[in-house]
Design a protein around this ligand. Structure first.
Ligand SMILES: [Zn+2]
Length: 367
């Protein structure tokens, strides 16, 4: 630019006018458009203007590696049964379990978690400690169907006790913590011996992680990691699961109709972090927050307090809400499911358990 260039020629008209004839500040502002007055130097929309840029700046993405599929298996079943409260989800037979695991693995799912629907219930859930019981058979069947996939054993008793609680009931009518952890340690060894790649204790008993770690270590399973249900809340979002797994409460006289003495109070965020970090101290290799969507704050805060891999469990009630809303025409199931799964990643989950895991992998491939 030479010294003689008329600067007003390259200025916006309003600014040029203001240079040529001096005006009061108020008068100058009157002639400016709203944009000129606000003058946003930083425009967030620059990075949203086309899909190429949006793809480049995207912070989180979902992949098949993130997803774990929970599977229900009922013994003595002839044909797999649809679960009314979870449209699209089935109680598999012990035979169709193999098909479901193979299918998930061939789609790219890296982990499956098996839940039994027992026909052999008793006061303590002894079937889970039997090397020929349903838990051991499911693990063995899943492992043989897809040796390349990680079989995660949910270890607890609620699906195998006649009263539906997560351990034996003591004389006070409450779940006996210390008896339960002795039993769950035995159950974990049975699961590891059946071929489980990961042990996931879900009973929220105090000391269960260290009891399991010790039992695994002294029985030659020191290589088997523990995924602790570290912050599991006494949530109302589990309703369809209990229907699916046959572990609802209230059908046995004189036992509590809730799990509030062991699962966490939904009001408590700080306690959740404390409980989860205690599992880490006890030797957990991975921590889980359950349920998912209503507890993203807990997941995020836990992410900031631990270096362990984190899992989030998108529970049955969350799946059902989206599914039934979609069936009523209120939402698009695929869109809301993918958005919700991505939200877990954003909050800090490394792994997500979802009943839509296989759907999600297929949708990711077709994107
Ligand atoms: Zn349980």
């Amino acid at each position: 630019m030479t010294k003689n260039t008329d600067i007003s020629a390259i200025l916006p008209q309003t600014l040029a006018d203001s240079l040529s004839e001096p005006k009061s500040h108020a008068e100058m502002m009157k002639h400016k458009t709203l944009t000129e007055k606000a003058f946003p130097h930083v425009r967030m929309r620059r990075l949203r203007q086309n899909s190429a840029i949006r793809d480049m700046v995207r912070e989180n993405a979902l992949s098949a590696n993130d997803l774990i599929l929970p599977i229900f298996v009922e013994e003595e079943l002839k044909e797999r049964q649809p679960i009314k409260s979870l449209p699209g989800i089935y109680r598999e037979t012990e035979t169709s379990l193999a098909t479901a695991v193979k299918e998930a693995s061939s789609e790219g799912i890296r982990g499956v978690m098996v839940f039994g629907v027992s026909h052999n219930k008793d006061h303590i859930g002894s079937d889970t400690m039997n090397p020929n019981g349903l838990l051991a058979r499911m693990i063995d069947r899943a492992k043989q169907a897809a040796p390349e996939a990680a079989v995660i054993a949910d270890v607890c008793f609620c699906e195998y006790t006649d009263h539906g609680h997560c351990g034996p009931i003591n004389e006070l009518g409450d779940v006996d913590n210390d008896k339960t952890i002795e039993n769950v340690a035995m159950q974990a060894v049975v699961a590891a011996e059946a071929g489980a790649d990961i042990i996931a204790p879900s009973g929220m008993m105090d000391g269960q992680v260290s009891a399991i770690r010790h039992a695994l270590d002294v029985t030659g399973h020191s290589h088997v990691p523990i995924m602790a249900y570290a912050a599991k809340f006494a949530s109302n979002f589990y309703g369809p699961f209990r229907d699916a797994a046959g572990c609802s409460l209230g059908h046995v006289h004189n036992v509590p109709t809730h799990r509030k003495t062991y699962q966490m109070d939904p009001a408590n965020g700080r306690e959740a972090i404390r409980d989860a970090l205690m599992d880490e101290q006890e030797g957990a290799d991975m921590l889980m927050v359950k349920p998912g969507m209503a507890y993203l704050d807990v997941l995020k805060e836990l992410r900031q307090n631990t270096e362990l891999p984190l899992a989030a469990y998108q529970v049955s009630g969350e799946y059902a809400m989206m599914k039934f809303a979609a069936e009523a025409g209120a939402l698009d199931f695929q869109d809301v499911m993918m958005e919700s799964l991505l939200a877990f990643k954003r909050a800090g989950a490394d792994m997500i358990l979802s009943y839509s895991s296989v759907d999600a992998v297929r949708w990711i491939k077709n994107q």
